[in-house]
Design a protein around this ligand. Structure first.
Ligand SMILES: Cc1cc2nc3c(=O)[nH]c(=O)nc-3n(C[C@H](O)[C@H](O)[C@H](O)COP(=O)(O)O)c2cc1C
Length: 341
């Protein structure tokens, strides 16, 4: 197995991470590509039709880019715990004047339809998170010409991804903003306790695949340390959240520069899946929120939308990695240049 990433696909090795929920959009992916890095479209939460439209926008640029898919999996849902959580959310809904939706017990994020689109209009890169896709899907995408990547959070997950047959892995550290891609163990109970370079080195010892390092990279020194440990590229999310190209909402943007938010933490409160964000009121009030993705994501969606509309940073998810204080208001091309090796 070749440890190098195909350089034509990854440019200078600075990847603007897929960020579902708004931040990743065609302008951000295009700007990262034009700057010599590579950008991603985030398929998560979108309709298949919307993804198809974004794909065409990126193909029209003539640049390389990637598309990221949420892979559905059976999370062993405790329906009683989800319904009890729904009751606890009632006063919040009342305060905001919104209806709590009925639980959407089954939701696959339209994965089959999105996969079909990617098999028809094949992007240069496809990455997967939240679970391993069926081996057949990886084989079909590869046969169609896509370079495939799996997000992993441990050496065991990297071995499983290698066995599946992907071309590379994103090694995601617990300091990463947004959801953890962990799929073999609970990311709160079994989180890697060392640094990102230590995790990269451990995964490097476990698999022969090329590695992309992600999580908490705030400075060029952080990026260099990850490369030195064996990463062929760095994937950054939080560093791009304040770029003018990103679709980050105004409440999220303001909170990233508000000194009142002085730490990040991991939470299940918003979506039922572990994610890292700026610690706010909702995270403190529902610190013991149950597991249950994506049903809890859809349960809290109207609450979060209402909080954003009201300009309230304490009622919505403010995803951010531990390096958020280093993020700047600057064009994506400057972020790419800043982190280029
Ligand atoms: C707002 C936000 C949304 C994210 N959405 C996704 C996503 O849709 N798919 C994915 O694979 N990773 C997602 N991530 C995780 C990133 O791919 C990456 O692992 C992370 O941003 C790296 O850590 P950093 O934010 O500290 O740079 C998201 C991260 C953030 C901050």
């Amino acid at each position: 197995m070749d440890r190098m990433l195909p350089s034509g696909l990854f440019g200078n090795g600075v990847v603007a991470a897929p960020m579902a929920g708004g931040p990743s959009n065609p302008p951000l992916a295009e700007a990262a590509g034009r700057a010599g890095g590579v950008g991603f479209l985030a398929a998560g939460y979108k309709s298949a039709e919307r993804l198809a439209g974004e794909l065409e926008a990126l193909f029209a640029t003539g640049l390389g880019f990637g598309v990221n898919l949420f892979v559905p999996r059976d999370e062993g849902l405790d329906r009683g715990a989800v319904l009890a959580y729904r009751e606890r959310l009632r006063p919040v809904a009342r305060r905001l004047g919104v209806e709590l939706p009925e639980p959407r017990w089954e939701d696959d994020d339209a994965y089959p339809a999105k996969l079909d689109i990617l098999l028809e209009r094949v992007p240069p890169i496809v990455s997967f998170t939240f679970a391993l896709p069926p081996a057949r899907d990886v084989a079909r995408l590869r046969a169609a010409g896509a370079f495939t990547i799996q997000t992993v959070t441990t050496a065991d997950e990297a071995r499983a991804a290698e066995d599946l047959g992907v071309d590379a892995v994103v090694v995601q550290h617990p300091s990463a903003g947004g959801h953890s891609g962990a799929f073999l163990a609970d990311p709160l109970l079994a989180a890697f306790s060392g640094t990102l370079p230590e995790l990269v080195a451990e995964v490097r010892g476990a698999v022969g695949l090329p590695l992309l390092a992600a999580g908490g990279i705030g400075t060029p020194t952080d990026a260099d340390a990850a490369r030195h440990a064996g990463a062929s590229a760095v994937q950054l999310g939080t560093a791009f959240l304040r770029t003018p190209e990103a679709g980050t909402n105004a409440v999220h943007r303001r909170a990233l520069t508000d000194a009142a938010f002085d730490r990040t933490a991991q939470t299940r409160a918003f979506s039922g899946k572990v994610a890292r964000g700026l610690e706010n009121g909702f995270m403190r009030d529902f610190a013991d929120g149950p597991a249950g993705y994506p049903v809890i994501h859809y349960l809290t969606a109207p609450l979060r939308a209402a909080a954003v509309a009201a300009g309230d940073p304490h009622g919505t998810n403010l995803w951010a990695g531990t390096g958020w204080k280093s993020a700047r208001d600057e064009p994506a091309r400057d972020v790419v240049a800043h982190f280029a090796g």
